[in-house]
Design a binder for this molecule. Sequence first.
Ligand SMILES: *Cc1c(COP(=O)(O)O)cnc(C)c1O
Length: 365
Amino acid sequence: MIRPAPAIEAIPATTPFIGPEQLMRDSGLSELVRLGANESAFGPSPKAVEAMAAALPHLWWYGDPESYELREALAAKHDCAIEQIVVGSGIDDLMGLAVRAFVPPGGRAVTTAGSYPTFNYHVTGYGGALSFAPYREDGTVDLDALVEIARRERPQVLYLANPDNPSGSFAARARMQAFYEALPHDTLLFLDEAYGDFVDAGDVLPPHLEDRLVRTRTFSKAYGMAGARIGYAIASERNVRTFQKIRLHYGVNRNAQVGALASLADPAFHASVVRETAAAREAYYALGAELGLPTLPSLTNFVLFDCGSVARANLVMAELLKRGVWIRKPAVAPLDRYVRVSAGTAPMRAAFSQALRDVLAQVPV
Ligand SMILES: *Cc1c(COP(=O)(O)O)cnc(C)c1O
């Protein structure tokens, strides 16, 4: 009899995420204000679009399997060696490589309950087990609890997003340094810096090119290229060699390589996105204060609005969708009474604000 491997068969069939396209098919809406996936509403750099458009006729070529020019530019940006960079088709892909490489079947990983879930799907898929630390009551990541669990359970990998999704919270340099030192030295820290571009470079953990640290960055957020699927890890040479052994040789889209390289050459555009995103957060804080929906401070491209209860948060999300505005919400307490809204352009924010006012006025909550 043909059967999947036991670890795979044991996984329930779930849809981790219902995409906006499905929501549109289900609801019959022909347009959505996309504020649900922390995509960058400010788009990619026009220079990246130009470079990708010019490269399109070469789509019959595979991309450079070494992503050499891109890694060269990334090594210069991060002041490391090209041997310390590996490119993948987004951080989601690199998470899979890290779990496959470091968590053996029956192994363990630790993360925050309700944080970015893709890492967890990889752990389950490769036959590992997960332990969770809850968020603190104030919605921040509980670094002390993560250390405590790691010391007790000696996981092969600990996953931390900093800044975090969905909380938006951030542990600055000194706190992260102490956290990193406190972890057991046989636990690898997978430090997901998907939102690292929105934080001053001097505030993130200093570079440690040690075997027990893998940090990841993406072109999906501040660079506005989520659909291109490209991201990278900064890691020790040994870890990069390990990833190189198991990654898909041609797994990175050729046009994504072209666009990523051109994006790096347009720092002015990147800076403008970071500025616009900060302005969008400020606008959301003000809106929340005005409407009686307290917000959490965020160092990302999204803001959480406190709806007071899980039921009210679900209702607000559903009613906004009826009005053509797509947002999402965290699933796990204590953040499950919040809705999460991505930074939008001024017109998108106006549409959200109008729909939200309408919902709060009309919906009995
Ligand atoms: C958006 C996001 C990712 C996804 O990154 P890709 O490079 O698009 O795969 C990873 N981690 C966190 C915390 C995110 O919010």
